[in-house]
Structures are given as structure tokens and as C-alpha cells.
Unconditional design. Structure first.
Length: 384
């Protein structure tokens, strides 16, 4: 390739009469659909970075207990509202590896509050792959090995401690297991109901379509937040945390399916008139096979994009219910439960680190939105 004085580029390779001038375009047209989607998705930088971040976040959920230095409800009575501690590497100009300064608590008789003073004369080097309180790896395997710990009586509160002396950093990691999973379960329930009823209404039409539409309109006319509160308040108070978690996930999914069902119905009303659908019906394909094999694949790109954009709504729904005290309850740990403990504005003003659980919620919701935008733009590569 040679650049001319006027800025143009000229290919100086020898002419080959056997090479097709449309070879590049032909290879693009013959490329599998997923290759075209990936090429387009790579150009959406925010979506790509968000997808990698979410993939890493979900991959770390089974080992959250290993990364956390403490268990979710492990208390330190002498360190209530302890401020965040930093990890240092140099002490008095000498490199001694990662360490923290032990925190000593002193009572302030004027403000009647505990004040924490770092002991800068005795740095405590961190221990790695150390023993601590027992937890269950991936919820199944009991173990007591943690990635890092503070030695002896020293503590390591990377993001401070709460009103009961529990490590905020560890609780955020444990809370991610529930807060991120509730979106997956909720969207699964929502999609099963939405796709099922939407496809039946759009394909068959008639009275079935009329009945399903009336149910959708009734559900969409109900105010969302009061309905959430009513259904959540109906959950028996004696149920365990796991049962409450699953019923909250199902409630969020049940309330989210009408919007998806209307989208599926509208698409199926147009797809059922296509020639390939009529051909499949004339060849004796059952309605179920026509929907599964011929109609849903043509609508899959929209469904995938809708799923990534609906999961943040599920996470925010669980957070709102738990914040109001009607969702998950202690001893279960989620980001909403943590925010429920920090809803006192006076305590946030004095101990601002108790509001840190807001940050992962904001970051995860933004990541899902960016990922959904990227998928929505790339799942139909032929539009360009």
C-alpha cells in the first residue's frame, strides 16, 4: 500500500485476475451469525467492558466467602462503627509487605462516642490463605480458609464496620450472592411466563388472545410498588431466609412478565403471516414446533437484550423491598438488607462508610444497562 502526495492510498500489489473483487464481502456474508454479532459487539466499548465486569462478578460469587476476611455475620463488639483501614506496604521508609495498623478504641466523654486510633508503632502484617470462621464454599463445601486475614487480635476492615461490628467489605461480598442471583431467578420466571402467554396469544389469536390481553391489562393497571408491598407482606414471618429469597424472586418475576408478553404477542402477530411459518404449518408441524423452531429464533435477539435490561430492575426491586423491611430479612445478607441498617441519616453523616453498599448497586445496574445497549445494537448485525 503506497500513499500518494494528495493523501490517497494505492495498492501496489501485482494484479491477480483470479482474485474476486468481492472476496471480502463474500466472506462477511458467509460468516456465522455469532461472528457478526461478536464483531459488532467489540466496537461497543462500554458494553464490552461491562460484560467482562459482570462475567467476573458472577464467576466470583461461589468463592465470595474465600475472598472475604470474615463471615457475613461475624461480630467484633470492640469495633462498632470502626472506620475503614488502609493496606500499607512501607513502614518508616522500609518495605515490609502488606500490613494494617491495629485500631485501638477510646471513649470520648464529651461526644459519648467511641473513637478509633490506629497504632502506628506496631504494624500487623497480613496473613494469606489463613484460617478463620467456617463458611461454605459455593454453598456446599465447608471450609475455614480465607484469602487474607489480620494476625492475632488485629482487625482488617477495608470499608469499615457497621453498628454491630460486622465487616462491611465481607458483607458486601456475601450480599452479592443474593442480590445478583435474585435478578437471574426473577428474569427466568418472567421470561417463562411472558414468552409462554405472549406466544400463545400472538399465534392463536381469537378468544385466547382476548383473555390473555385482559389479564395483562389488569396486572399492568395495578400500582407496582403497593402491589410489591402487599405480596411481600403476605410472606409468613416464620419462613427461613432461603424460602423468603426464592419467594421474593418469584414475586419480582410474576410482576414483570406482562410487558414482555405484550412484546412477544406483537411480534408473533406479524411473524405468523410469514411464508416460512405457513410452509411449516402446511407440512404438518404442530403449533408448539412452529413456535419453538421457527418463530422464537427470529425474536431471540430482542429477548436477550430485554433480559439484560430487565435484570437491573429485578435487583433494584429486591433492594427496595429489603430496604423497606419487606424483602429479605436478617440473618440473610443482601445489599438491600445492608442499606436497611444504614437508613438513619444521622448515622450516615457520622459514619459515612455505612452507605458504601449503594456503590455496588449503582455500578452493577449501570453495567447491565451498558451491556444491554451493546447487545441490542449488535444482535441484529444485518441492520448495518
Amino acid at each position: 500500500m503506497t500513499q500518494l502526495p494528495d493523501g490517497r492510498y494505492v495498492d501496489d500489489a501485482p494484479y491477480d485476475a483470479n482474485v474476486s473483487l468481492q472476496q471480502l464481502e463474500r466472506s462477511d456474508l458467509d460468516a456465522p451469525n455469532w461472528v457478526l454479532i461478536w464483531r459488532q459487539f467489540k466496537t461497543h466499548k462500554l458494553g464490552l467492558v461491562s460484560g467482562i465486569f459482570l462475567l467476573i462478578s458472577y464467576a466470583l460469587l461461589p468463592v465470595a466467602g474465600f475472598i472475604a476476611p470474615y463471615t457475613a455475620n461475624e461480630r467484633h463488639p470492640d469495633h462498632l462503627y470502626s472506620p475503614p483501614q488502609s493496606i500499607n506496604f512501607f513502614h518508616e521508609g522500609e518495605f515490609i509487605g502488606p500490613y494494617v495498623y491495629p485500631m485501638t478504641s477510646e471513649a470520648n466523654l464529651e461526644t459519648f462516642q467511641w473513637e478509633f486510633v490506629p497504632d502506628t508503632d506496631n504494624p500487623a502484617s497480613l496473613e494469606f490463605f489463613c484460617e478463620g470462621k467456617e463458611y461454605h464454599l459455593a454453598g456446599l463445601i465447608p471450609t475455614d480458609t480465607h484469602l487474607f486475614c489480620a494476625p492475632g487480635d488485629a482487625t482488617i476492615f477495608l470499608w469499615g464496620s457497621d453498628r454491630l461490628g460486622r465487616d462491611v467489605f465481607s458483607r458486601i461480598l456475601y450480599g452479592a450472592q443474593l442480590s445478583l442471583t435474585v435478578g437471574i431467578i426473577g428474569i427466568t420466571v418472567s421470561f417463562l411466563l411472558g414468552i409462554t402467554f405472549g406466544s400463545i396469544a400472538g399465534y392463536f389469536g381469537g378468544r385466547i388472545d382476548w383473555c390473555i390481553n385482559r389479564v395483562i391489562e389488569i396486572l399492568r393497571s395495578l400500582p407496582e410498588l403497593p402491589l410489591w408491598l402487599a405480596l411481600s407482606a403476605a410472606v409468613p414471618s416464620n419462613w427461613g431466609p432461603v424460602a423468603v429469597f426464592f419467594i421474593i424472586s418469584v414475586i419480582l418475576g410474576i410482576l414483570d412478565w406482562p410487558g414482555l408478553a405484550r412484546s412477544v404477542r406483537a411480534k408473533f402477530l406479524s411473524l405468523r403471516e410469514e411464508e416460512y411459518v405457513r410452509a411449516a404449518e402446511m407440512m404438518g408441524a404442530s403449533p408448539g414446533r412452529v413456535i419453538r423452531k421457527h418463530m422464537l429464533p427470529n425474536f431471540m435477539s430482542h429477548l436477550i437484550a430485554s433480559a439484560t435490561l430487565s435484570i437491573p430492575a429485578m435487583i433494584l426491586g429486591e433492594t427496595a423491598l429489603s430496604f423497606l423491611g419487606l424483602g429479605l430479612r436478617a440473618p440473610a445478607v443482601s445489599w438491600g438488607v445492608m442499606l436497611n441498617d444504614a437508613q438513619n441519616l444521622a448515622s450516615i453523616e457520622i459514619y459515612p462508610w455505612t452507605a458504601i453498599p449503594m456503590l455496588p448497586i449503582i455500578i452493577v445496574v449501570l453495567a447491565f444497562n451498558f451491556l444491554g445497549d451493546g447487545l441490542r445494537d449488535s444482535l441484529d448485525p444485518y441492520q448495518h
